[in-house]
Design a protein around this ligand. Structure first.
Ligand code: ADP
Ligand code: ADP
Length: 228
């Protein structure tokens, strides 16, 4: 099953900045694809295009068999950004529950799904805490739980660990690998400029060039036992 398909996608902004040279890419169900490249090479732009938050200038994008906007509306795509913001005045459980509340899922199912998501990230016992009572690493785990609570088919992670210290980052990487091995149907796209993260996490690494993003390498790794 094809989850993401980019055909000759380019992106130029109004001020003339070219963020993406033509990019073509195909991602199949269950892959963990990591996009590696220096700051400014267009990684976030690719994500915004896949997420339906930006239109490509030329080329076409297909996500879960439809347009990015359709995939977004179906809520089968979830995102986690580096500065993942939780509602500060809401407890952890309420933050994680939010995507389901928006979907009018019944109460019993909702609570079971919130438990499941918090358990996946190891925070079942912190459901009543407020975000300010948690460490940065724990807040990131809550953001990941919120993204997973809808059982997305596609998970987009944009530098999720960038603001964390090295030890916390290492712990969360291990946790992410544990989560994805328990949720093998979830396709993950992960953006980073950290080459060690790339080698450690992904079954496939797409390397982007500096300047207008172009794919300079697309590698299968043996760092992960996951296969597409
Ligand atoms: P990365 O995520 O790899 O750091 P981005 O996708 O954020 O790169 O940015 C790619 C290029 O596009 C950069 O040169 C950036 O300055 C530029 N860019 C991003 N957003 C805009 C915008 N809204 N207007 C103009 N230029 C932009
Ligand atoms: P991490 O292991 O994610 O880096 P910390 O080292 O910051 O987290 O915190 C260690 C433990 O202390 C965690 O189990 C966390 O639950 C608890 N903790 C951290 N900050 C607070 C706080 N402000 N209030 C209550 N408990 C906290």
């Amino acid at each position: 099953e094809e989850i993401v398909r980019l055909r000759e996608v380019t992106k130029a902004f109004d001020d003339g900045t070219v963020a993406l040279a033509p990019i073509s890419l195909r991602v199949r169900a269950g892959e963990f694809v990591l996009f590696l490249g220096p700051s400014g090479c267009g990684k976030s732009t690719i994500f915004r295009v896949v997420a339906g938050l930006a239109e490509p200038t030329t080329g076409s994008v297909e996500v879960l068999g439809g347009t990015p906007a359709q995939a977004r509306a179906s809520r089968e795509v979830s995102y986690v950004f580096q500065d993942a913001t939780l509602l500060p005045w809401s407890r952890v459980r309420d933050n994680v529950r939010l995507p389901l509340a928006l979907r009018r899922v019944d109460r019993q199912t909702t609570e079971a799904e919130v438990d499941r998501a918090l358990e996946l990230v190891g925070l079942l016992d912190r459901g009543d805490a407020y975000p300010h009572e948690l460490s940065g690493g724990q807040r990131m785990r809550v953001s990941i739980a919120r993204a997973l609570v809808t059982r997305p088919k596609l998970l987009l992670l944009d530098e999720p660990f960038g603001a964390l210290d090295e030890i916390t980052r290492q712990k969360l990487q291990d946790e992410l690998l544990a989560i994805t091995s328990r949720e093998p149907d979830t396709t993950v796209l992960f953006v980073t400029h950290n080459v060690f993260e790339a080698a450690y996490l992904a079954s496939r690494v797409v390397v982007l060039s500096p300047g207008p993003g172009r794919i300079v390498a697309d590698l299968q790794t043996d760092a992960s036992s996951r296969t597409a």
